[in-house]
Design a binder for this molecule. Structure first.
Ligand code: SF4
Length: 336
């Protein structure tokens, strides 16, 4: 997706938040993660943050987010301080110290509806949006979310969409590329082209779970080995595919910020529904979410390959060999 230039109405996001509220306020949500990873030289953004004092052992995404805000002159950031990443709390304080306005937003670990409703109300007041405008924006974005469900079906049912294209559209739905109308046009064009395609032939069907990868070349590499990702767990969650009429329910349905059992149920459903042969669990170096690997390995019924990525760039040799061995092992099981 193109990198939007910073404008006075740009509001940076450290993670997925109810963007309906920001669009209703006439603002332009910018998912800082997407800007970081799609920038021309993400490695330089890390070096910049490290030069300014971020330690080597701080997750690369946090450092990338910091540099994006600084370089693009983003004046306001919605920081997800609960349900995402404890590092974000310190990042938000550093940004605030540098003069950036921080609007905190927290998801309740126990999915308490009243708590989430209060958070949404505080966000609404913080950006001066009205509920009727939020409902109007919800209608507009729901139409796009429905089309993303179609995209997902074309990936795992019709088998005409690659794992990378699925990833790219779904991961970008955290902010709809900062321009939902342009995003929808691009999606429409893509969907009409995809419907004309012939079926992809990869025989090993994979799920990708965990935070989005820091090396996007992963998908092409897997496809080169005869495998294809037909389920992108967290990216799909960003697209909120559940058709919830109520906006609070919609953000309670979103599995990522809450207890891992919701994620496990979602992944299990995908394994059954999409016929997954195996799952790749991606973990980010220095990320506390890596610990969930223990639960995922025990709770999922298919083989799990745990990968770890640190800095953006090409897949390293060791990771490449591990993926190749995993796909080969699955092929033996499938063809046995
Ligand atoms: S990958 Fe983990 S440590 Fe890094 S920003 Fe995301 S949640 Fe935080």
């Amino acid at each position: 997706m193109p990198v939007p230039s910073s404008t006075p109405d740009a509001v940076g996001l450290t993670s997925t938040v109810p963007v309906e509220i920001l669009y209703a306020a006439g603002l332009k949500p910018v998912d800082l993660n997407n800007i970081f990873i799609s920038s021309e030289a993400p490695e330089k953004l890390l070096t910049q943050a490290e030069r300014e004092g971020f330690a080597h052992h701080v997750c690369a995404w946090i450092k990338g987010l910091y540099s994006v805000v600084m370089n693009q002159g983003i004046k306001t950031v919605v920081a997800v301080t609960g349900g995402d990443c404890s590092n974000t709390v310190a990042l938000a304080e550093v940004l605030s110290h540098k003069g950036v306005r921080i609007i905190p937003f927290a998801y309740p670990l126990n999915k308490d509806r009243g708590f989430l409703q209060d958070q949404m109300e505080a966000l609404r007041r913080g950006v001066s949006a009205t509920w009727p405008d939020i409902e109007r924006e919800k209608g507009r974005l729901d139409r796009i979310r429905d089309k993303l469900v179609d995209l997902d079906r074309l990936t795992y049912e019709q088998n005409v969409v690659s794992g990378f294209d699925n990833h790219l559209f779904l991961v970008s739905s955290s902010d709809f590329g900062s321009d939902p109308d342009a995003y929808e046009k691009k999606l429409d064009l893509f969907l009409s082209g995809a419907r004309q395609r012939s079926t992809l032939s990869e025989e090993i069907r994979l799920g990708y779970v965990g935070v989005p990868p820091i090396f996007p070349g992963l998908y092409d590499y897997i496809e080169g080995l005869g495998g294809r990702v037909v389920f992108n767990e967290v990216q799909r969650q960003f697209s909120m595919p559940y058709h919830d009429v109520d906006i609070v329910e919609q953000y309670l349905h979103y599995t990522y910020p809450y207890e891992v059992k919701g994620r496990v149920a979602d992944i299990r459903q995908a394994i059954a529904e999409r016929g997954l042969d195996g799952v790749i669990h991606y973990t980010q170096t220095f990320c506390h979410r890596q610990i969930y690997d223990i639960i995922l390995r025990e709770e999922l019924s298919v083989p799990v390959l745990t990968l770890e990525g640190d800095r953006p760039g090409r897949i390293d040799g060791r990771t490449a060999i591990r993926i190749e061995t995993f796909v080969e092992m699955l092929r033996d099981r499938v063809l046995r």
